[in-house]
Design a protein around this ligand. Structure first.
Ligand SMILES: *[C@@H]1O[C@H](CO)[C@@H](O)[C@H](O)[C@H]1NC(C)=O
Ligand SMILES: *[C@@H]1O[C@H](CO)[C@@H](O)[C@H](O)[C@H]1NC(C)=O
Length: 279
């Protein structure tokens, strides 16, 4: 995704929300150019996708730790117009409204990501679990299920806890593999009874190349020649761990969607986002 893609994606989500807020879709039904017309075949998974940083806001509320994106976006000149995701779509507070909009759009799937530092502020499961963060995701998942919307959860959509970046070098350090495993285990322990579709990484290319090689994305490092390879190596290593096996056990129909957004649940959203970011 180009540098400004993240904020463009927010605009896309805002657009979807605006469209859905109209309430009565009949007026678009027979227009060729309209977004909403016709019917889906039986069994079609109709959903929307988001990421924690791009939707939640509440970047420093209720015990959440900082992520590499919080720090990166706060540096002047990194993001177009110096924008940040500090409040974003306020999804942390408005998830009930968001779910009623999803219901109105007749979505039956919703893909979102869990913010690692919201539930583990220091990044480490052994240190401190932020129960307020856990409660937010519990409430979100429960309300989705009450509305017969199937949750699809991404574990890592780019927001590494800042502490892990600062202290250990983030994805340059092999120890991220076990820290990420602990975070994943916690998510399975707390949410696995209700969430059956899991995605490990969203767009690992961006994480590795734009995060550690070209520096266009958080954490903004330009470790040319080695940055991307080390990060990618450690991300791939996660795929050979117990946790990734658990992902496939929990979700035998979909299998390991180790690299998110290349699967059938994510590609439509991805394409829409790409088209939007090219506009
Ligand atoms: C972003 O911040 C920098 C540094 O303070 C400033 O020079 C620049 O004009 C700002 N850009 C916008 C679009 O506000
Ligand atoms: C990698 O992380 C470990 C902690 O898990 C730390 O002891 C070590 O110093 C780190 N290595 C580098 C190069 O930062």
């Amino acid at each position: 995704m180009p540098r400004r893609g993240i904020l463009k994606l927010i605009h896309l989500l805002a657009l979807v929300v605006c469209v859905s807020a109209v309430g009565d879709f009949d007026w678009t039904r027979n227009e060729k150019t309209s977004f909403y017309y016709g019917t889906f075949p039986t069994g079609f998974l109709w959903g929307a996708g988001s990421s924690a940083y791009q939707t939640e806001g509440a970047w420093n509320k209720d015990g959440k730790g900082m992520s590499i994106w919080d720090v990166f976006a706060h540096k002047k000149g990194k993001i177009s117009s110096n924008e940040t995701g500090d409040s974003s779509c306020d999804g942390y507070y408005k998830f009930k409204d968001d779910i009623s909009l999803m219901k109105e759009m007749k979505l039956n799937h919703y893909r979102f990501s869990i913010s690692w530092p919201r539930i583990l502020p220091s990044g480490l499961k052994s240190e401190h679990i932020n129960e307020k963060g856990i409660k937010y995701y519990n409430d979100l998942i429960d309300l989705l299920l009450d509305n017969t919307i199937t949750p699809v959860v991404t574990l890592y959509h780019w927001d590494l806890p800042q502490v892990l970046q600062e202290k250990y070098g983030g994805w340059q350090n092999e120890s991220m593999v076990s820290y990420f495993n602990d975070f994943g285990d916690l998510c399975f322990e707390r949410f696995g009874n209700r969430v059956k579709h899991w995605i490990t990484f969203n767009n690992p290319w961006s994480i590795s190349v734009e995060g550690y090689e070209t520096g266009e994305h958080a954490p903004g490092l330009k470790l040319r020649g080695t940055g991307a390879y080390k990060a990618a190596h450690h991300i791939i290593k996660v795929g050979f761990t117990e946790m990734a096996t658990q992902v496939s056990d929990l979700d035998p129909k979909v299998g390991v969607i180790h690299f998110g957004l290349t699967d059938r649940l994510g590609c439509a959203v991805r394409r829409a986002a790409q088209q939007t970011s090219q506009l």
